[in-house]
Ligand binder design. Structure first.
Ligand code: SF4
Length: 405
């Protein structure tokens, strides 16, 4: 008789411990790892209030897919778990009440995309209808999930997300062999279509079904040797086509050879590249820059030693200096050292007073950084734009944490 090994299903506490380890393979808005990577950007390029910090919970780590970069891949020998919808719902609401943060339900693809999505819907139903949780709820959509299941998920969630991961469709066959462009972009299209359609219905009638109001995605940097030009062009296209609220960036790591990917190169994308991508992303989403302006094909990687707006300004010195008393809001936003808040303050101050050096200082503008790009009261106090090397030294910062505008 052959020996049959029956694996013991982990106890609830063991599942929680395993889940905490797996949560690092995905991104939730505001998560600690991400926050440390982009702490400089929060000070630097301002964005509107983001959703609340959301600790992520995983339904299961037992994935049928085998993505090279993921700790949950089926080709990896590790302990597996799956929570029941009720277990996960009660744990999530308990956590959300204790932390006063929202809930983010995610999962590996357990048995099939549709089966996992059904379990997620069941979890959301318990959270909303039985546990009466009314706070922020973000739910993951599985690649290739049925449109009807996506619709049912959106009836309970505030935000939905499906992760695109790679910046070029041919990358799936290299690092995520079970995924393809269609099983990611089709759900993304359904989500965006339903957000728009049901949003309009709600405007007309308060009895129309309430549906999620936003969607996000996650994109890895450095997974297939793509440049920042490619990543940012894709992000710009996703914002335009699917009206995404955010694209989250993460650094691709492949440090241990994975079954099925033995020939893949061992590599680790540095955190600074992700931080620069976040800065560039904000410039596209909030400052009106085009992806091609930030990372043109002729300069297709973001520099490490300078923020992307300063790098753009140095490539476009012919547009400067601008007169802070006359420049429009869009042009003020392009001045290194002047962000959303300062540009608005300058416009407001112009209604009442001339913009002098003292006024600029009172408004909080650092002339050290912006002085070479502006004139005020007909005066120029910067380094002449015919001395770009000196300007470059002034704007450079090797420590991304100290970056300003
Ligand atoms: S689909 Fe890929 S990335 Fe997602 S959990 Fe499964 S192996 Fe990981």
């Amino acid at each position: 008789m052959s020996n049959i090994i029956i694996r013991k299903e982990p106890e609830y506490d063991e599942k929680i411990a395993l889940m905490s380890a797996d949560a690092q393979f995905d991104i939730a808005e505001g998560e600690a790892r991400l926050a440390s990577e982009i702490s400089s950007i929060k000070r630097d390029i301002k964005s509107p209030a983001s959703p609340p910090k959301v600790p992520k919970v995983f339904l299961s780590n037992n994935c049928i897919f085998n993505c090279a970069y993921c700790g949950c891949r089926c080709g990896r020998d590790k302990e597996r778990y799956a929570f029941s919808p009720r277990e996960l719902a009660e744990m999530s609401v308990g956590q959300a009440k204790a932390s006063r943060h929202g809930i983010f339900i995610s999962s590996a693809i357990y048995k099939s995309a549709d089966y996992t999505q059904e379990l997620i819907i069941e979890t959301l139903k318990i959270i909303r209808n039985e546990l009466n949780y009314r706070g922020y709820l973000h739910a993951k959509v599985m690649p290739g999930a049925d449109p009807l299941l996506i619709y049912r998920t959106g009836l309970y969630a505030d935000r939905l997300s499906v992760n695109i991961e790679v910046a070029k469709s041919e990358g799936y066959s290299l690092i995520a062999k079970n995924k393809n462009k269609n099983n990611i972009l089709t759900p993304m299209g359904h989500i965006s279509g339903q957000i728009k359609a049901l949003g309009k219905e709600r405007e007309k009638s308060r009895f129309a079904p309430k549906f999620a109001t936003s969607q996000t995605t996650q994109l890895m940097a450095g997974s297939i040797g793509e440049d920042d030009h490619t990543i940012l062009r894709l992000a710009g296209a996703l914002y335009n086509k699917y009206d995404l609220a955010r694209v989250y960036y993460t650094a691709y790591h492949y440090e241990t050879p994975a079954k099925g990917y033995e020939n893949l190169e061992i590599t680790k994308t540095p955190a600074w590249r992700v931080a620069r991508l976040y800065q560039a992303d904000r410039l596209i989403k909030l400052y009106g820059f085009l992806p091609e302006e930030i990372a043109p094909s002729s300069n297709s990687y973001l520099p490490r030693d300078m923020d992307p707006k300063a790098a753009w300004a140095l490539r476009n010195l012919h547009l400067f200096p601008v007169d802070v008393e006359k420049a429009d809001y869009e042009m003020l936003l392009r001045v290194p050292g002047i962000g959303l808040t300062l540009a608005s303050r300058i416009l407001k101050a112009r209604r009442y007073t001339s913009i002098t050096e003292d006024v600029l200082r009172e408004l909080g503008v650092s002339l050290r950084r912006s002085g070479s790009f502006i004139t005020f009261g007909g005066r120029y106090k910067g380094i002449k734009s015919d001395n770009p090397e000196k300007l470059k030294v002034l704007l450079a910062n090797n420590n991304i944490e100290q970056s300003t505008h």
